[in-house]
Design a protein around this ligand. Sequence first.
Ligand code: ADP
Ligand code: GLC
Length: 465
Amino acid sequence: MRVVFVAAEAAPFAKAGGLGDVIGSLPKALSQLGIDVTVFIPRYRGVPSSLPKLGTLRINGGNEIKEVSILQGFLPRSRVPVHFVDFPPYYERAGIYGEGDRDYPDNLTRFAFLCQVAAVASAEFGRLPEIFHVHDWHTALLPLYLRYYGLEAKTVLTIHNLAFQGWFPREAWASLGLSEDLLALAGQGEWRCALRAGIVSAEALTTVSPTYAQEILSDGLGLDEVLRARAADLVGILNGIDTEEWDPEKDEHLWAPYSHHDLRGKALNRRKLCAELGLRGDGPILGMVGRLTEQKGLDLLVAGLDRVMALGVNLVILGTGEARYGEFLRQAEKRWPQRLRALLEFSETWAHRVIAGADFLLMPSRFEPCGLTQLYALRYGAIPIVRAVGGLRDTVADIEDGGNGLVFEDYTAEAMIETIARAVRLWHEAREKVLAIRRRGMQGDYSWKTTAQKYLAVYERVLSR
Ligand code: ADP
Ligand code: GLC
């Protein structure tokens, strides 16, 4: 079976969040199941233009012909080819989606072009795959281009985050080269929606956890009608993680390696984290790694920070995102100089270090399609404190129920603070228990092994129809 992934991100080449992690790892797991997988992403700045060239294409983009090259690399530690769409006017920029708080105004054109090129290039170089597996709104227009060119292949669309839908005013769609009957799949109003087009035209839909699948069927964020119409074709498949990239025994970002057999290395990472960041480390260390957005529960932190800090914790936050949250954290750092550090940057190294050094990982998300950070935390022995929503509900169970973390239900600062207080008590009063929970978490299987099989089942179902 031949499958082509098309996406806006793939780690380590381009990553803004979990989408990049998934595209950088799931294809490797699928290829181990015997599937012939290729990944298409743009060649953004940062990926060398000196990579071997597979060929050049002339693409008819509405009112002009664009010449584009396809460069080839591989996902690290694999033979999975990555085809980079090289078109500097669209992709040779500082950001993936935008810069600062602003998206690039031509994102529809940029990502539609990615779809168009992936479709044409797959047909021209090598064999047309049986399946295109596309991800989020950026590549949801791919099935439209398949129809446009009369290419016989099926599409599977994975929704990683329904909050991002790709709405653009009617005039923005005019230059995509698509006919009106195809554009109508993106909606008939003054604004059209890329994700909608994918939802109505892909042969199968998946999302990244079983609970999120249910959640989006009960609240479709404006796409309720089209989602519910496809309910029978939608499955929630939990994300896995790249267990080589995230392995505390071999992690080169860390100060010391460790495993569940020998946690001395974790203690050392903790000490180093405190020393490097100037933290006292006298209470439990809570880590947070993620985009500073409403999704990640930053409002609970803003509302409850004084009470959280009064519990005697140390807090390390690594994140980039909305300026208002960054400013809040900068001020907070001044108020608790030896107890709170905010690293307002995107750093792979610090992401690994914070998770390795932390006693607990805080993820009070308002919504969370899957979440990978809590899985990294479990594997690194940082006990997750999460809100029971989306994929967090599917991956973390409360220790009161024999689980691997601490869980709260209500999206309120009070519920979060109560749960952090429970973690603090545990840390002071039940060290042995904490150690046992840590070890148990570290031994869980968060790999793609079982979940990649579920994608295979989706592909087989689509092909058998
Ligand atoms: P989302 O995709 O919603 O951002 P996930 O938990 O699925 O959330 O994935 C987030 C990914 O992005 C993780 O790999 C996390 O380590 C990474 N990440 C988020 N913010 C940063 C940052 N500031 N620096 C480094 N890595 C980050
Ligand atoms: C999205 C979601 C996150 C998920 C990731 C990968 O960015 O916000 O919950 O883990 O995609 O599927």
